[in-house]
Design a protein around this ligand. Sequence first.
Ligand code: UT7
Length: 320
Amino acid sequence: MIYASFRSIGAYMPSQIRDNDWFIQRMDTSDEWITKRTGIKQRRIASEDELCSDLAVKASTIAIQRAGIEKSEIDLIVCATISPDFYCMPSTACIIGDKLGLNGVMALDISAACTGFVYALSIAKAFIESGMKKNVLIIGAEKLSSIVDYTDRTTCMLFGDGAGAAIISATSNKEEAIIDVSCSADGAYGDFLMTPGVDSEKHFMQMKGNETFKVAVKTLTSDVQKIMAKNQFQNSDIDLFIPHQANYRIIKAVGDALGFEDSQKVLTVEKYGNTSSASIPMAINECYEDGRLKNGMTILLDAFGGGLTWGSALVKFSAK
Ligand code: UT7
């Protein structure tokens, strides 16, 4: 039997920090409003000549090195993004493959907004378990600053740039296997979060914030309850609960409803804002780098985003 294992994590955040003052100087808002309503204090912003693929390549290089594999062993690249280098082609995954010197390797983008990394994980798991691929590079990378409307005070202070990447590899050891991944979507709510067109300014993100907030809290909670029940997991079986980082109040409401201890909940939204598909791998990377995440631990991922899409995953972290 072949299983898929989560071998390594890497992330890259652009160096430019944009704090709440930047917005206060440009629009009618306040540090108090942003902090109270979102929990966000800072975001990272890519430079003009830094593309989504550049962020992704930096995160991927770290993940590949930490996995202890040769680049040439990678046989699939999946990039989740809603802020690609080009609309609609070439895919950002193709550009990443070229920049990494992986010419000839199958590469594809997926569009599942903030759930993108969990979707990429399920694709990697399926390709590996079917025996078609052995080492899959999955990436969540976003240059959201390129699709944010900086005249819309209701959305612009929420988002930031960044990338996270992981290597998912085949193993015959069930103890190392990703336990379960579940992904869902409902296009009936497509207008909650959308980029209405490709013409000037229509490519900017628009969000029905309050409606999205309410569905997010409900869905993130029930999705975790389902995957935990299906796999007969208790909260005490989870070392770290790593939800999508959109808003502190969403994470708090979901974490409380699920009954997780503060020490289990991972929060990075204060430093990076919402980085869509990059938020979960960036948070996993932070836990790995600060020593909270160790080999053999079980992590619970929980994502929700435009589409609407949502997904959760029970993952054994099986670093080499
Ligand atoms: O990542 C994918 C999923 N994304 C999400 O889940 C995000 C979900 N939504 C949210 O995080 C929140 O809805 C927001 C942070 C976007 C907004 O918070 P809210 O508590 O839902 O506020 P609201 O939209 O109901 O607006 C409340 C008030 C309004 O004023 P009135 O109508 O009460 O007078 C807004 O005009 O806050 C006002 N407002 C602001 N005030 C100061 C909206 N944006 C701002 C601002 N500064 N930047």
